[in-house]
Write a protein that binds this ligand. Structure first.
Ligand code: XIL
Length: 721
């Protein structure tokens, strides 16, 4: 007999889906192909990226536009008057020529990494603007001419606009220009106009861009917009705006990104995202001083926030694909990033493997992009009295809201659409946080918690449900077949009571169990009932089946409708075993630990305190997930105790392990999103071996409670008949 099995099927399923995800990620086409209908996909490269064979291959697979990270900047090609250093720039240009990849020229003029010699004379005094313009023209003309055949667009001027708040009206008009040496020499924006004119003269075909960071900040966006608009009106040849896109996991907001794209599109025909990365700290933009997050591991929350930010950004970009021509990542892998590897800012890790962020960007669903969410949200059935959130709409979208005015971020652990492990909430004007799942959730009950700045808490709007080895929040998406667990006023209800039974396994103590007795139980002292021992899953407890499982309600409805015989259901705490989620465990140990509690302590207690039919034929055991594995282990180890067996999303039986023993009824089930084929195959084999076995697959559900409510509903109709 196989001694060691994986603890819970949920775990096995999770491992399988992670592997699946990995494989699917590896099989995805390159970004340039994925986004072919939307925009070009570009990357900023260093010398290693275009010389190392593996990195070359990655660039070629994923991207159809390249920017030189540093090697075409003024200081790189023109360090001194009359001295030109082309080698590195040429290597990148040649790589593009050889591989048919387009080259974005970056950049012709910038206050940083500039040929500072242009600003000064031999005595280190600032030159006149005439001298500056002459030097600029020579530089621009030479560089543009050299790469004319391969560069399709140039960042002509980089970062000429200042950051910072708008000057108060009382102090006169806003001063939009950065106080650069260009500005000091000229006193106005003529140097920008000149740069564009020289570039256009040198190459009338190349698209000419003004490029800047913090370009979604409403104040800076206005300044960029006003400047470009005014210059274009005056005939300055500006074709496009480069939105650098040095973002972080907290911002910019969707609204600010959309507003900036929309404004820029009013005045230019070409918008490029030129330097995209999403760092894990709160800094943003192109400033050259920032924290590299050195030595800090990226937390799960940070990863999720980043994935959500990437997902949101690309959703917005796809929506505005008519305005956006090209999206360029600033560096290839995290190890190349100017922000430092520990900022984790890109889609490829330091080993150039695709990260989950890649998958989130790549595996989008155009139908979700265009989904219209109906505003008919109502409070979930799980809300506490007088609380209004979480809410659910008629399509199954879930909306979360929580008051956390001082929080930096809030994530709900529910909502797994788009390949992400949760839903990011956003700060509202009133200080609350709100978020809606990306796609409708499956019907039924879902556990969730909130992470508020990394502290895991229960949403104060919901009731508490035990799961995940702690109390959690829950949300209920009404199921189309919810009538079977509806709380009906037209029928008699049974009773769920808590009992405490003495136990000696693992030291003297009282152990809890909930006991469901059907309506009318106890009226006739002579009437005796069969008993189902029904177990919860890993991390759950004795309250799980009666509360989120609605076991008593389901039984009441079945019995009132004459579909099930009246029987007792006993639900006890099954985490007695020394089991750790995700670790292999010993099946024999279960039957020794929990098996002894159940069979040697609880069964006799129930038989002596309730009106039971105390024999094997009238005793069944079933469980969900880990409880299914307990059922499997205990029924096999103690063949004389239970007459019927049920495994719900917790494994299978084989004819071999049953070894020809007499079993009245075997029920095996799971959700259609679990492993339905294996259930069917196992049940067929049992039937072929002569067992009275039945399989059940819950349509449209996964490893969650609607699967198990439905399973109980099905199984209870067959037990003890
Ligand atoms: C960065 C490079 O990535 C770094 O290697 C270099 O040390 C500084 O410049 N805005 C720009 C880019 O337009 O050229 C900058 O690139 C990042 C900010």
């Amino acid at each position: 007999m196989r001694k060691v099995v994986l603890i819970a099927m949920s775990m096995a399923a999770m491992v399988a889906s992670a592997q699946n995800r990995q494989q699917q990620t590896e099989e995805l086409p390159g970004l340039k192909e994925t986004y072919a209908e939307y925009f070009m996909m570009g990357v900023a490269v260093n010398q290693r990226n275009v010389t190392d064979e593996e990195q070359q291959a990655l660039v070629k697979r994923e991207f159809n536009s390249i920017t030189a990270e540093n090697d075409m900047k003024p200081i790189s090609v023109h360090p001194e008057e009359g001295k030109w250093t082309w080698e590195k720039a040429d290597r990148i240009a040649d790589f593009c020529r050889q591989n048919g990849i387009k080259l974005r020229g970056h950049n012709l003029m910038w206050h940083s990494q500039m040929c500072d010699w242009m600003f000064y004379d031999s005595k280190h005094n600032l030159v006149t603007k005439e001298v500056l313009f002459k030097r600029m023209k020579e530089h621009i003309t030479t560089v543009v001419n050299r790469y004319k055949d391969i560069v399709y667009c140039w960042d002509v001027f980089n970062e000429a606009i200042t950051d910072g708040p708008r000057r108060p009206a009382a102090m006169g008009p806003d001063q939009p220009l950065r106080e650069s040496t260009f500005y000091k020499i000229c006193g106005n924006d003529e140097f920008i106009r000149k740069a564009f004119e020289y570039a256009r003269e040198a190459d009338p075909k190349a698209l000419l861009f003004y490029n800047d960071y913090n370009e979604c900040d409403p104040v800076k966006c206005d300044r960029i917009y006003n400047m470009v608009k005014e210059m274009k009106a005056a005939g300055v040849p500006i074709d496009g705006i480069g939105m650098q896109g040095h973002y972080n996991i907290y911002g910019p907001s969707e609204a600010d990104i959309e507003a900036a794209l929309t404004k820029y599109a009013e005045i230019v025909d070409h918008i490029h995202i030129t330097e995209l990365d999403i760092r894990v700290n709160q800094e943003m933009g192109g400033q050259l001083r920032f924290s590299r997050n050195e030595g800090n591991a990226v937390t799960g929350d940070q990863r999720l926030l980043q994935e959500a930010q990437y997902a949101m950004l690309f959703r917005v970009l796809r929506k505005h694909a008519d305005k956006v021509d090209c999206v360029t990542f600033w560096n290839l892998g995290d190890g190349d990033s100017w922000l430092g590897v520990d900022n984790n800012p890109l889609l490829f890790d330091k080993d150039y493997k695709r990260k989950n962020a890649y998958r989130v960007v790549s595996r989008f669903n155009p139908a979700i992009d265009n989904a219209v969410i109906k505003e008919d949200f109502v409070p979930s059935a799980t809300c506490q009295p007088r609380q209004n959130y979480p809410q659910v709409n008629s399509q199954g979208y879930v909306r979360f809201r929580v008051e956390a005015p001082q929080a930096r971020y809030v994530i709900a652990s529910a909502g797994h659409g788009g390949g992400m492990g949760g839903t990011v909430l956003h700060r509202q004007d009133d200080g609350s946080w709100m978020g809606t799942t990306l796609i409708p959730e499956d019907e039924g009950f879902h556990y969730y918690t909130l992470s508020i700045d990394g502290a895991t808490v229960i949403d104060p709007g919901t009731n508490s449900y035990y799961g995940g080895a702690r109390w959690m929040g829950g949300v209920e998406v009404p199921a189309h077949d919810q009538a079977f667990y509806a709380e009906r006023t037209d029928i008699e209800h049974g009773n769920v009571q808590k009992v405490l039974f003495p136990s000696k396994v693992n030291g003297d103590q009282l152990r809890p169990a909930y006991v469901y007795t059907p309506a009318g139980y106890g009226k006739d002292k002579k009437k005796r009932y069969p008993v189902l021992y029904l177990q919860h899953g890993w991390g759950e407890n004795e309250t799980t089946w009666p509360v989120q499982g609605k076991a008593g309600i389901i039984m009441d409805n079945l019995i009132a409708d004459g579909k099930a015989l009246p029987f007792i259901v006993v639900m006890t705490y099954g985490m007695t075993n020394d089991v750790v989620f995700g670790r292999p465990f010993d099946r024999n140990k279960i039957s020794e630990d929990f098996g002894r509690v159940l069979v040697d302590e609880l069964v006799p207690y129930i038989d002596s305190h309730f009106q039971t039919l105390a024999d094997k034929k009238h005793r069944a055991m079933a469980g969900l997930s880990m409880g299914g594995m307990e059922t499997h282990a205990i029924t096999l180890a103690r063949p004389d105790v239970f007459g019927s067996y049920g495994i719900l999303s917790g494994g299978l039986y084989t004819p071999e392990e049953l070894g020809g023993r007499k079993v009245d009824y075997i029920f095996i089930s799971c959700g259609s999103k679990e492993y339905p084929d294996r259930v069917t195959t196992a049940v067929d084999a049992l039937k072929a071996a002569g067992y009275n076995a039945e399989g059940y697959v819950s349509e449209g559900t996964a490893h969650e409670f609607l699967t198990w409510r439905r399973s109980l509903y099905q199984m209870a109709q067959k037990l003890f008949k």
